[in-house]
Design a protein around this ligand. Structure first.
Ligand SMILES: [Zn+2]
Length: 385
């Protein structure tokens, strides 16, 4: 599975169980080809007529690496792969792919939760792993908005619900970057502005929240809870999960855009975890390098760049402190994304470590230690697992 020869200690460290610090549920039902193709595309849209999402790096990767897990030859045709998937059934496919990922613990963002997605406990059972919850603050807001009658109820319930849900979670996650951009005003909004915005919100509570005032209010309320409970806050940045929608444009999801906000959290002591980040992973590495409370992964970028993932890993490791990088598959929708996230993480890190060993820059002991830190140790420390 690893693309290069490595000393045994390094190899063992790379193949040790991972902590996947950011993943979502996968579908429990059998999928049509159209449904499957939608779930392997970061935009969540069908391929143009006459084309297929299998003709993308992730499609080639599924045929190469997921096919053998379903007892098929590598590089099998998409139709054969999907026929075998249907023959085995979603339950068995999920079990095989998640188990083969070699993950010891899943930290599951339950923001996309729906009856058709496996819960955190089910992911754990299928993957033969432990699981913990990372609460989606926008999902909590959505639940509160549907129940509240008045702006003041809405504000009180938001704080209560965030506190209650955080009590059984290891972290909180936000998609503010995809809803209004990471260049949001970093200050706390005034109470008057929040009440006015909440009244507008309660007249149309079913829509996902996009109002920048309420998104900032929600985020700051979550930061207060995170501070109290010692929880990290995960920020989706750059190339990310398709289901969140409303992408404001790539340049507005550059994590460097929220540098002033990041600085404001430094004295508060709430860890900021930057997810995915591509193509801004160098900016993310820079932030993690200069701020003691910032952490980073390249999540989905490895799965979706597949054969090209080693370059991205190498670029991140140009600068990021080794104690600041985490592994997250960004798994969502189909178990293939969880399997490939772990696989390309290991392959990309193996290639990066190999180049440093060959150049005589690192010892084998250094490389093994760094592989353990990034693969699981840093997450265990940051999330206090
Ligand atoms: Zn996510």
């Amino acid at each position: 599975m690893l693309p290069v020869d490595l000393p045994d200690t390094v190899r063992d460290a790379l193949l040790a169980p991972l902590v996947d610090h950011h993943c979502h549920g996968v579908r429990r039902d059998d999928l049509s080809r159209a449904q499957f193709e939608l779930l392997i595309n970061a935009g969540g849209c069908p391929a143009p007529p006459g084309t297929t999402h299998f003709d993308a790096p992730i499609g080639a990767a599924i045929r190469r690496w997921c096919a053998p897990v379903l007892d098929l030859e590598p590089h099998t045709a998409p139709a054969v792969y999907l026929a075998r998937r249907a023959e085995l059934g979603a339950d068995e496919v999920n079990r095989r792919l998640l188990r083969a990922a070699g993950v010891g613990a899943f930290l599951v963002d339950t923001g996309m939760e729906g009856a058709e997605l496996l819960t955190a406990a089910e992911l754990a059972r299928h993957g033969d792993a432990a699981a913990n919850e990372v609460v989606s603050i926008e999902q909590i807001e959505h639940d509160v908005a549907e129940m509240a009658q008045l702006a003041l109820d809405y504000m009180d319930s938001l704080a209560e619900e965030l506190t209650a849900r955080a009590a059984r979670a290891v972290g909180m996650a936000t998609v503010i970057g995809y809803r209004c951009g990471l260049d949001f005003d970093p200050s706390r909004p005034s109470r008057g502005a929040v009440i006015a915005a909440a009244n507008r919100r309660l007249s149309d509570p079913k829509e996902p929240l996009t109002d920048p005032i309420l998104l900032r209010y929600l985020l700051w309320t979550a930061v207060d809870v995170a501070r109290e409970r010692g929880l990290p806050v995960q920020f989706h940045a750059g190339f990310g999960d398709p289901d969140h929608g409303f992408h404001p444009g790539p340049q507005r999801t550059d994590p460097a855009r929220m540098t002033t906000f990041v600085k404001a959290l430094q004295p508060i002591g709430v860890p900021v975890v930057l997810l995915h980040c591509y193509p801004f992973h160098r900016q993310a590495a820079y932030l993690a390098g200069v701020f003691p409370h910032v952490y980073v992964d390249v999540g989905l970028a490895l799965t979706y760049s597949a054969a090209g993932s080693a370059r991205i890993m190498d670029e991140l490791l140009e600068l990021v402190p080794f104690h600041k990088q985490l592994f997250g598959s960004g798994c969502h929708g189909v178990a293939e994304t969880g399997h490939l996230g772990a696989l390309y993480f290991r392959r990309a890190l193996a290639a990066t470590l190999k180049s440093r060993l060959d150049a005589g820059e690192w010892s084998a002991a250094d490389a093994a230690r760094v592989a353990h830190m990034i693969g699981s140790g840093n997450a265990r420390r940051v999330y206090r697992l």
